[in-house]
Design a protein around this ligand. Structure first.
Ligand code: FMN
Length: 436
């Protein structure tokens, strides 16, 4: 039995990164308006995708703005609220950091969007990598502290959602009873990091829980995801990495008293698509033509402590070159994937600088035709390495269109993806993975 995959598309917008935004059809002038994203959300819905997704950060690197839009963006939850009226089925996955916010406000924002979208909201829980100084914190809390806060934060949010269940609402004109107040209870949470009385001042929409997605795959991150999340947004540059992650997460879910199928692995899939392979490789090369080598070298140094700035291009990098004292890390996920590549392949410096572990957040990458992408997806799905993926279109608007308008119908034909929505909420889509 082949399971249907779960597919989302990132509104990041990855297709405008590198030199993608300089193309005539990039629509870059509308990057801070709703229309650019609405068009994609409508295409995503026409292709029956599970969700559109907006990653997010809460800081800005002004230097990066010299050559591209970087990560600065509209607030993702507000952006997704603008998609509500012109879509009816596609899930709306927003990103909210647990490091810099307060659980009561976040519970309310997400539940508000859930009402407005009739059950289509999802929460990508991130613990963030930077931005502490924008929130009065002199240093970024350690990953351990961020995850501990995330766990308590998420517990509070879920309890707040449950504190005012929808069935408490009666709205009975006849009797004049608006709600059964006995069913609306405080949560009286007093924990190490939060004290929250509750209840939430908004009822829950429906009875399905709001889907939770987590990004971060260190052992602590995996454990957190396996305990609470419906899916993990993963960085898996090759099939072996995805298979290892999925096997481990499923095992951890069982350890938390959940079913293995309760946690889904959805890697980012960077798609540099074109009508033929030569054009796809050209697109990839053009996109990265102005890439700043200094930034890549700095990224490698931050993740491993190794400084390659004076190394010749053809010198191989191996595990033996790693400094004895590893640097303090904000993300183990990315550092571990880079070290794994160096250990397994001993790449030359030149090779290393083109790999997703260095220039693409370690995401799975296909540079080729729609056919090539179908083939790889078929292989990864057949091997049990994934439950779906998140499309990160690369290089051009055309690559984005090929992914949504051409690739997705091919996956339907290959019986790897749904041909129709079978429910209308995000939770319904995640549950819909029966035999295709
Ligand atoms: C695939 C992936 C996507 C992420 N996306 C975001 C994001 O959009 N915003 C953010 O603030 N942090 C993001 N993070 C950072 C994580 O939330 C987390 O803080 C970080 O990875 C450290 O945890 P780790 O040591 O488990 O990797 C992402 C991490 C990964 C691996």
């Amino acid at each position: 039995m082949t399971r249907r995959l779960h597919v989302g598309v990132s509104l990041a917008p990855t297709w405008l990164s590198g030199d993608g935004w300089r193309r005539l059809d990039s629509n870059i002038e509308n990057i801070y308006s709703e229309e650019l994203y609405l068009d994609i959300a409508k295409r995503a819905e026409a292709a029956k995708l599970d969700f559109v997704f907006r990653p997010d950060t809460l800081f800005l690197d002004p230097q990066a703005l010299e050559t591209g839009p970087g990560f600065g963006s509209l607030d993702p939850t507000i952006l997704l609220a603008a998609m509500v009226r012109e879509t009816s089925h596609v899930g709306l996955l927003t990103t909210i950091s647990t490091t810099f916010n307060s659980p009561y406000v976040v519970a309310r924002q997400l539940q508000s969007l859930n009402w407005l979208s009739k059950g289509r909201v999802g929460w990508n829980i991130v613990t963030a990598l930077d931005g502490n100084e924008n929130f009065g914190l002199p240093a970024m809390p350690s990953a351990g502290e961020r995850y501990a806060r995330a766990a308590e934060f998420t517990q509070v949010v879920r309890r707040l959602w449950a504190s005012y269940p929808q069935d408490a609402l009666k709205q009975d004109r006849e009797s004049g009873r608006y709600a059964v107040s006995a069913l609306v209870q405080p949560i009286d949470h007093v924990g190490a990091r939060f004290s929250v009385k509750g209840p939430l001042n908004l009822p829950a929409y429906g009875t399905s829980p709001i889907p939770l997605i987590q990004a971060g795959a260190s052992p602590t991150g995996r454990d957190f995801a396996a305990c609470v999340a419906d899916a993990i947004f993963a960085s898996t540059p090759d099939m072996a990495a995805a298979l290892e992650l999925r096997t481990d997460l499923r095992q951890r879910a069982l350890g938390h008293g959940r079913r293995a199928d309760d946690i889904r692995v959805l890697p980012g899939l960077s798609l540099f698509l074109a009508p033929n392979r030569a054009e796809a490789h050209e697109l990839f090369a053009e996109t990265h033509a102005r890439a700043d080598i200094g930034r890549k070298i700095a990224a490698i140094r931050d993740m491993t402590g190794l400084d390659l700035s004076h190394w010749p291009d053809d010198r191989r990098v191996s595990a033996a070159d790693m400094p004895e004292v590893a640097p303090a890390l904000r993300s183990r996920t990315h550092a571990d994937l880079l070290l794994r590549l160096i250990r397994n392949e001993k790449p030359t410096v030149a090779e290393l600088l083109t790999r997703p572990e260095v220039i693409g957040s370690a995401h799975w990458r296909v540079i080729g035709t729609v056919e090539d992408a179908v083939e790889q997806i078929r292989q990864w799905a057949g091997a049990g390495a994934i439950d779906g993926f998140i499309i990160l279109p690369g290089g051009s608007v055309e690559a984005l269109r090929l992914a949504l308008d051409d690739l997705m119908p091919r996956l339907v034909e290959a019986r790897l993806f749904r041909d129709e929505y079978r429910g209308s909420t995000f939770a319904d889509h995640l549950k819909d993975d029966g035999d295709a």
